[in-house]
Design a protein around this ligand. Structure first.
Ligand code: PA5
Length: 473
């Protein structure tokens, strides 16, 4: 690859990673071809290590202490669920459909990796006002609420009141790998109590759970009378934030009527590209190269994921967790920051344009809106002087804002990469999830940080428990 090459615009299977954007190759503030040549063999070695990590688990080989925990089986999950383990997917879909026939409102309880993926899919793929629509406009699918992702008294009380006001037609999906996360466990007790009051002794039929077998949550569900067919195993060797394409994300997705197989097919396409050896054909490694080099050589230790449109905000929050919990260890790891534009141009835009040069911007957007376009009407009253724009769509205005922002950053030599989704559907989302998970695992190996596990999170839990057990608050 020569300096100034047009680099990569990868679109073989849907998602495009565009690193040509806005002077990425600027000699003083962007990437240098020599640096890419230097990092590329290292990235290939890390890619091979990530794949070998899967084999270690497949073969049941001992895990070296420095690699423990090794939650590497998210990598081959899509192919397994589309092939030898496809019965699991069938089961999730059948169970979801049966559940949906019993309830019209579902409370999903979970936190962190047991929450963010389902919310990302809900916001990206469902109608923006899904919960406000009548059932027939929701394709016969239930309303979805998320709890157990905090310990917020007013939020819990508010949802309990809402559920009570709407009758008894609701159920619970509880998700926790460990089965002992306090936030989720507290919410589960509270909401099961309410469900028992609403549904009487048939309440166990209204509960689905995803957890490790024999966890506290698993045993509690069994004791409550939840049928074995409504309990789903959280795979041992897939980490929480890498679990979106297990029952953790796919069961809520099936409840919403999303195309679960398309999500997996998109992820399998990302895997296929990940195995290719050249920069122009491997968006995972190309994206990792840019992020890593911009951090290493240009002090861009803040990674701003600029999402264009509200539907992608929760995908960004999912990625914030993935990146920060995976790589924020041993004093290392870039800081992720999701923004939603144009909303946040009116809050963070000033700093991004003229503040510290410590950021890499990555635009994430869909080329086409999911719902029919909205056009600006022409009016006789033109006091707002918008008639010059009459006929343009709201999407046209967003595109102009995105292109304008990219150019304004470029004029000040601030770097932007792009991840482009042709259309925000299940296939594209599956590909994007897998791409970002693979990139995170590779970068962990590259910087010598175990991307799996989150030992640092234990500190707050220890202190919190001490307060709960009587230490003065
Ligand atoms: O990525 C992770 O492992 C964490 O963010 C977990 O998902 C989160 O702490 C919730 O844990 P659990 O699923 O055990 O309730």
């Amino acid at each position: 690859m020569a300096e100034g090459d047009s680099v990569i615009r990868y679109d073989a299977s849907g998602v495009i990673v565009d690193l040509t954007a806005a002077g990425t190759w600027d000699k003083e503030t962007g990437l240098l071809a020599d640096d890419v040549r230097w990092v590329w063999p290292r990235l290939l070695a890390c890619r091979d290590e990530v794949l070998a990590d899967v084999e270690t688990k497949v073969q049941g080989n001992p895990v070296p202490p420095e690699k423990d925990p090794l939650d590497s089986r998210f990598v081959d999950l899509p192919e397994r669920l589309l092939g030898p383990e496809k019965k699991l997917v069938d089961q999730w879909i059948v169970t979801a459909d049966r559940f949906v026939s019993r309830v019209d409102r579902v409370v999903v309880l979970g936190i962190g990796g047991s929450y963010m993926g389902a919310r990302a899919m809900f916001e990206a793929c469902c109608h923006p006002y899904h919960n406000e629509l009548p059932r027939d406009r929701r394709n016969g699918r239930p309303r979805l609420y998320f709890e157990g992702n905090n310990v917020d008294s007013d939020a819990v009380r508010g949802l309990l009141e809402l559920l009570e006001a709407g009758g008894s037609d609701w159920g619970i999906v509880v998700i926790s790998k460990s089965g002992s996360t306090l936030e989720t466990a507290v919410a589960f007790r509270v909401f099961v109590d309410a469900l028992r009051s609403a549904a009487g002794n048939r309440f166990p039929e209204r509960i689905l759970a995803v957890s490790q077998q024999n966890s506290r949550l698993w045993r509690l569900c069994e004791a409550l009378g939840v049928s074995r067919t409504q309990l789903f195993e959280f795979p041992d060797d897939v980490g929480g934030r890498f679990s979106v394409l297990t029952a953790v994300g796919l069961l809520p997705a099936a409840i919403l009527g999303l195309d679960v197989r398309a999500l997996l097919q998109g992820a399998a396409a990302a895997n296929a590209a990940f195995r290719r050896d050249t920069f122009d054909e491997n968006p995972v490694l190309a994206y990792t190269a840019v992020c890593h080099l911009m951090e290493l050589r240009r002090q861009a230790c803040i990674r701003v994921l600029s999402t264009w449109g509200k539907r992608l905000e929760a995908v960004g929050l999912w990625y914030d967790q993935l990146l920060s919990e995976s790589l924020g260890k041993n004093g290392q790891g870039a800081t992720p920051l999701t923004v939603v534009n144009t909303r946040d141009l009116h809050s963070r835009g000033q700093q991004h344009q003229e503040g510290r040069r410590d950021k890499l911007f990555t635009n994430l957007f869909a080329q086409t809106p999911s719902l029919p376009a909205v056009s600006l009407p022409r009016w006789e009253n033109d006091q707002d002087e918008l008639n010059s724009l009459a006929g343009k769509t709201v999407a046209d205005v967003l595109t102009a804002a995105r292109l304008g922002t990219k150019e304004a950053y470029a004029q000040d030599r601030r770097r932007t990469a792009e991840i482009v989704v042709p259309r925000l559907d299940e296939r594209a989302l599956g590909e994007l999830f897998q791409m970002l998970m693979l990139a995170t695992a590779v970068e962990g190996r590259l910087i010598g940080v175990n991307p799996y596990g989150q030992p640092g999170v234990e500190a707050y839990k220890r202190c919190m428990r001490a307060y709960l057990q009587g230490k003065n608050v």
